[in-house]
Design a protein. Structure first.
Length: 178
């Protein structure tokens, strides 16, 4: 497998993993928990979802041919808590990810050698992808952190539970030795 093909495969897998972490987090939350914010200067999960979705739709619609900051995007509005229901929040989440993943999956090896523009700045396609990996991972991490705070003891871990690291490692070693 060529390096570019490997990169595209790996990055798609990683982004899908980031989405899955967000999916599992959102599934654990009640509607009111999605709107909780530490203070008036903090973002709720609903606001973070709205922002991530807006970013994905703007950046990844016509990714290779138009500026990633679309004139139709209202970034400031993304930070207003206006998605009132859990259904609306999930719909925005899924719409953004669908646009993004469709665009990512359509990329070819030759596309990786090109450039895209975001707010007038030219970036290599790989740089633009990696920039979004950092951005989306940061926001999903925020979503998880807030969710852990608002669910307390009801939180269902998304990774290895505390105190079970060695058992997990042993299981993985057994699995991969077969």
């Amino acid at each position: 497998m060529a390096l570019a093909e490997t990169y595209l495969s790996v990055i798609q897998k990683r982004f899908k993993s980031v989405k899955e972490q967000g999916d599992k987090t959102l599934a654990q939350l009640e509607e009111a928990q999605l709107h909780w914010a530490y203070n008036e200067d903090s973002n709720s999960i609903a606001v973070i979802v709205k922002h991530v979705s807006g970013n994905m739709i703007s950046r990844w619609t016509d990714f290779l041919t138009t500026d990633g900051e679309k004139p139709t995007r209202n970034r400031d509005d993304e930070f207003m808590d206006s998605l009132q229901t859990k259904e609306a929040i999930i719909l925005a989440w899924e719409k953004g990810w669908q646009v993004f993943l469709d665009a990512l999956e359509s990329l070819t090896e030759s596309d990786l050698h090109g450039h895209v523009t975001i707010r007038g700045e030219q970036l290599s396609v790989i740089d633009a992808i990696e920039r979004q990996m950092a951005h989306y991972s940061q926001h999903v991490g925020q979503i998880i952190y807030i969710a852990k705070q608002v669910t307390g003891a009801q939180w269902q871990t998304l990774s290895i539970p505390r105190g079970q690291s060695q058992a997990f490692t042993n299981d993985m070693l057994k699995k991969h030795q077969q």
